[in-house]
Ligand binder design. Structure first.
Ligand code: IMP
Length: 198
């Protein structure tokens, strides 16, 4: 069963492909670029908006669309950047600029290391409706980036139980413990049921 991914983020696409396999098709291959306004107030709302937008644009009720809305939250910053992780340094900001902005905010507070967590909300749009699941990964953020693996805030995120950042750890490690992997574990159960029925 072919599943359409409602994301154009290359970091997410790579991780989804590793976790879900070749049955995944990025929506851009079918529809070209579509601007999706992430107007929700939670990860879950934004994931639903993405999945619904692509599902409706495809116009084929038999299709299955999967989306991910994710980000990093720091309790010391009241949960920021949270749902604004991709645009923390402004609309269209690069991963590097967003990470530098976060480091700057922590330096202003005189903090070098502080608790943080990633959240992933995954939505699956089908003719039976839209289903959502969540996954989380806890750890700490540091103000000195290390390593260049992963994407986004990975060079400053040390997962709980590890000494190194996700920028330094092998991608296989991240794929076992990540917020996205945990949410996908649940999503796969839903997909098995939905694919079995269609
Ligand atoms: P979205 O594409 O609107 O869901 O934004 C996700 C943003 O959250 C990304 O651009 C990254 O800044 C951040 N993010 C989400 N998941 C990860 C991850 O696994 N590693 C690093 N950054 C992440």
């Amino acid at each position: 069963m072919e599943i359409v991914l409602a994301s154009a983020n290359p970091g997410k696409l790579k991780e989804f492909k590793e976790l879900l396999g070749s049955q995944l098709v990025p929506y851009r291959e079918l529809l070209g670029e579509i601007a999706i306004e992430e107007s929700g107030e939670t990860f879950q709302e934004n994931a639903v908006i993405k999945a619904r937008t692509i599902y409706e644009a495809l116009g084929d009720p038999e299709r299955i669309v999967i989306s991910d809305d994710s980000g990093i939250s720091l309790p010391i910053l009241g949960g920021a950047p949270g749902i604004y992780s991709a645009r923390y340094a402004g609309e269209g900001a690069t991963d590097r600029e967003n990470m530098e902005k976060l480091i700057g905010e922590l330096r202003k507070l005189g903090v070098e290391r502080t608790p943080a967590y990633y959240t992933a909300a995954i939505a699956i749009a089908t003719r039976y409706g839209i289903f959502t699941v969540h996954g989380w990964m806890w750890g700490e953020v540091i103000t000195e980036p290390k390593g260049d693996r992963g994407f986004g805030y990975d060079p400053i995120f040390i997962p709980e139980g590890f000494e190194k950042t996700l920028g330094q750890l092998d991608s296989e490690v991240k794929q076992k413990i990540s917020h996205r992997a945990k949410a996908l574990e649940l999503a796969k159960i839903e997909l098995e049921v939905l694919c079995g029925r269609s």
